[in-house]
Design a protein around this ligand. Structure first.
Ligand SMILES: NC(=O)c1ccc[n+]([C@@H]2O[C@H](COP(=O)([O-])OP(=O)(O)OC[C@H]3O[C@@H](n4cnc5c(N)ncnc54)[C@H](OP(=O)(O)O)[C@@H]3O)[C@@H](O)[C@H]2O)c1
Length: 242
C-alpha cells in the first residue's frame, strides 16, 4: 500500500527515544522528512543521525511555550511547510490521589496537556492555510480506561482527548485531521517506572514501540483521509469497554 508520505514534512515531539523515536523512524522509512525535539542533546543528536537524510533536531522542552513556538517556526523556515505533527512528552509519576501535591497536578497538566496545546497553536494555522494536515497526539490507554495508580496521567491526558475531538470538528472543513493514539504497555524506558500486569493484556505481551508507531504512520498517511476525531487504542486488548 502506498501511504503517500514521500516528501511530507513531519514534526515529532519528544522523539530522542521510546515511542517518539519509533514514530520518527517509521515516518522517515515511508519517505517523510523529519524534525524532532527533546531536552537531552546527546540522545537527540544520535536519533537524528539514525534518521539520516535532512533530519532537523532541536533541544526543546515541550512544556515551555516559546521554545515550542520557536522550534515550529524554525522547522517552517527550513522545510517551508509542516504536514504532520505528532505531539508527545514524558509521563507524570505513578501516584495515588492522597500522595499528590498541587505542584504534581500543575506539572502533569503542563507536561501532557499544555505541551499538546502549544504544538496545536503553532501548527494548525499553517495546516489550515494549506488545506492539508495531520495533528496526532500520543497519549495512553489511560484516556479510555483509568490505570490504577496513575491518577495524574488518567486526568491530564483525558483533557487531550477532549481537545482532539473538539479540534477535529473545528478543522475538518480545512482537511486537517486530528486524531489521538492511545498506547498500552510498551517496551521503552518509561515502562520501568510502571507496575505492569501482563496477565491483564489479552494478547499476553508488551507492545514494541514499532507497533505503536505503525498506527501513527497510518493516521498520518493519505490512506487515513476519512478518519478524524478518534482515540485509537493500540493496547493488545487491555481496555475492556465496548
Ligand atoms: N511506554 C509505555 O508503556 C507507555 C504507555 C502509554 C503511554 N506512554 C506515554 O507515552 C509517552 C512517551 O513514552 P515513552 O515510553 O516513549 O517514554 P521514554 O522512553 O521515557 O521517552 C520519553 C521521550 O520524551 C522526551 N521528553 C520527556 N519530557 C520532555 C519534555 N518536557 N520536553 C521534550 N521532550 C521530553 C525524552 O527525552 P528528554 O528526557 O531528553 O527530554 C524522551 O525522548 C509518555 O508520555 C508516556 O507516559 C507510554
Amino acid at each position: 500500500m502506498d501511504l503517500g508520505l514521500t516528501g511530507r514534512v513531519a514534526v515529532v515531539a519528544a522523539a530522542s527515544q521510546g515511542l517518539g523515536k519509533a514514530v520518527a523512524l517509521a515516518l522517515a522509512a515511508e519517505g517523510a522528512r523529519l524534525a524532532i525535539c527533546a531536552r537531552g542533546e546527546e540522545a537527540l543528536r544520535s536519533t537524528s543521525a539514525e534518521i539520516g537524510g535532512d533530519a532537523f533536531a532541536e533541544v526543546v522542552d515541550v512544556t515551555v511555550e516559546p521554545q515550542v513556538r520557536g522550534f515550529v517556526a524554525r522547522v517552517l523556515e527550513r522545510f517551508g511547510r509542516i504536514d504532520i505533527c505528532v505531539t508527545n512528552a514524558g509521563g507524570p509519576p505513578a501516584k495515588r490521589f492522597e500522595n499528590t501535591s498541587l505542584e504534581d497536578w500543575r506539572s502533569a497538566v503542563d507536561l501532557n496537556f499544555m505541551s499538546t496545546l502549544y504544538f496545536a497553536r503553532a501548527v494548525l494555522p499553517h495546516m489550515q492555510e494549506r488545506r492539508w494536515g495531520r495533528l496526532i497526539t500520543l497519549t495512553s490507554m489511560a484516556v479510555l480506561q483509568p490505570v490504577d495508580g496513575l491518577i495524574l496521567s488518567n486526568s491530564a491526558r483525558s483533557a487531550v482527548r477532549g481537545l482532539v475531538k473538539s479540534l477535529s470538528n473545528e478543522y475538518a472543513p480545512y482537511n486537517v485531521l486530528v486524531n489521538n493514539v492511545c498506547p498500552g504497555y510498551t517496551a521503552t524506558e518509561r515502562l520501568k517506572k510502571l507496575d505492569v500486569r501482563v496477565s491483564e493484556i489479552p494478547l499476553g505481551r508488551i507492545a514494541t514501540p514499532e507497533e505503536i508507531a505503525s498506527a501513527v504512520v497510518f493516521l498520518a498517511s493519505e490512506r487515513a483521509s476519512y478518519i478524524t476525531g478518534i482515540s485509537i487504542p493500540v493496547d493488545g486488548g487491555w481496555t475492556k469497554a465496548l
